[in-house]
Design a protein around this ligand. Structure first.
Ligand code: SUG
Length: 442
């Protein structure tokens, strides 16, 4: 087998803060205006990457974006030099400033949807950057993400994001799971949407539309028999599963999900299983966690399903879970029972602390974009795209040099913060061999 899954984690940016911006995202709403610790957040992210490297899972990084995005503030009518733009926005439109200052690009699972080269006749890796139109702060990510992906993956086909309309709302790999027997063999792509047309029945507006999922599958040139579309259950969306990866995670032939993740329940899981069996020649190993054991609310609180399910270098299947799973009694009990249950194909659970990100509704799986790459494709990546422990050491030193350890809402208007962010990104693009990718570098 030559193709392996590489996890590209979004590096947490210097403006990481809590602005209550995530629609349907309960943690983001709850922590609005709380003081943040960007340095601690970035170090937590790097510590998670180190754990992955030690597990023998190839690890990559995606750089943060330039924030506050003063170009976006100018498009919103604020004029003058950067300091004036920031001051005027803070005074007249603090919500716009918060949106333009968000470090939300850290949640790399929303950067794009990915198709490995083996899954199409052209043999190319395809990436479809997400348009993230559900919220202003996230919609600002798409152009820079597209540019960065083109730099990092020079041989891949990086599409343009879908047209920016709520009817085409696309949130990337957070609503997509690729299932297979081996990464080189045939695969099933499961696309999960929250809404089909205009029939919203949920309290929170669903973010991913069926029309968008269909367009992404088309762009990735997937044959109909390789695609399954599933609808999220309205109950899951209203319990805080604003992306499917809050209630479901897959890896190769394993699918771990909450009983109430999908609108069709067991029938949806059966459809996926039939497709996997027909195309990949293996039975799907589905682990459906019943609501009677883990209520949906506990699944969302603990982010059990936002764990990373990975193949360690020694062949074990490891669930890399957020620390909150240990603090949620129903989830801790389910994990304890699962450890001895022969029907649960998880060999080990490793707990990571990503609390700073969790307070914005971003668990371990939100922080990473999975890209299946062959050896040759890995060799052709931009030089700094993949990290080992020495590179993680260097990135930690970079964070300690450039990041603040306290950020309050009022600090977002501080022109010095923008300068610090630019200095950090200039140093980082040099470290990663990316060249000039940000507006301030042109
Ligand atoms: O889009 N939070 C992000 C969290 C994204 C998590 N990603 C996945 N589930 N894959 C969101 O809601 C909060 C920002 C703030 O409130 O400051 C935020 O955007």
């Amino acid at each position: 087998m030559t193709a392996v899954e590489v996890n590209f984690d979004g590096l947490v940016g210097p403006t990481h803060n809590y602005a209550g911006l995530g629609p349907g995202n309960l943690a983001s709403q709850r922590n609005r205006a709380r003081e943040s610790d960007p340095r601690g957040a970035a170090l937590e992210g790097l510590a998670k990457m180190r754990r992955m490297v030690r597990l023998g899972v190839p690890q990559g990084v995606l750089p943060p974006h330039e924030r506050p995005d003063t170009e976006a503030l100018r498009r919103l009518g604020f004029e003058g030099d950067d300091a004036r733009v920031l001051a005027a926005a803070a005074r007249h439109a603090p919500d716009a400033l918060a949106a333009c200052a968000s470090a939300s690009a850290m949640w790399a699972a929303n950067a794009a949807t990915v198709r490995p080269g083996a899954d199409g006749a052209d043999g190319l890796v395809h990436l479809v950057p997400a348009n993230l139109v559900s919220a202003l702060h996230r919609s600002l990510e798409a152009p820079t993400t597209t540019r960065i992906l083109r730099r990092l993956f020079p041989d891949a086909r990086v599409h343009d994001p879908l047209p920016a309309s709520t009817g085409m709302g696309d949130e990337g790999a957070a609503n997509h799971t690729r299932l297979c027997a081996t990464h080189d063999g045939p695969a099933i792509h499961v696309f999960v949407h929250g809404i089909d047309g205009d029939d919203q029945v949920t309290r929170f507006r669903p973010r991913q539309t069926l029309a968008a999922s269909r367009a992404v599958a088309r762009l990735m040139q997937l044959p109909a028999e390789a695609v399954v579309h599933v609808r999220q259950s309205p109950g899951a969306i209203d319990a805080g599963a604003f992306h499917n990866d809050v209630v479901c995670v897959g890896d190769r032939d394993v699918l771990l999900l909450h009983e109430r993740a999908f609108a069709g329940g067991a029938a949806d899981v059966d459809r996926i299983a039939a497709a996997v069996e027909a195309r990949c020649g293996v039975p799907l190993r589905a682990v459906v966690v019943p609501a009677s054991q883990v209520p949906l609310e506990d699944a969302v609180r603990s982010y059990l399903f936002n764990s990373q399910l990975v193949a360690a270098g020694d062949g074990r299947t490891v669930l890399v879970a957020p620390a909150e799973v240990r603090e949620t009694p129903s989830v801790a009990a389910w994990l304890a029972a699962a450890a001895t249950d022969p029907h649960v194909p998880i060999d080990d659970v490793e707990v990571v602390d990503v609390r700073q990100s969790m307070r914005n509704g971003g668990g371990p799986a939100c922080l990473r974009l999975r890209v299946v790459l062959t050896r040759a494709e890995r060799d052709r990546l931009a030089s700094g795209a993949l990290v080992d422990e020495a590179r993680i050491d260097a990135l930690e030193a970079w964070v300690r040099t450039h990041y603040r350890d306290r950020l309050a809402p009022a600090d977002l208007a501080d022109p010095a913060l923008l300068e610090e962010c630019r200095a950090a990104l200039d140093a980082l693009t040099a470290m990663l061999g990316l060249g000039a990718v940000y507006p301030f570098q042109r």
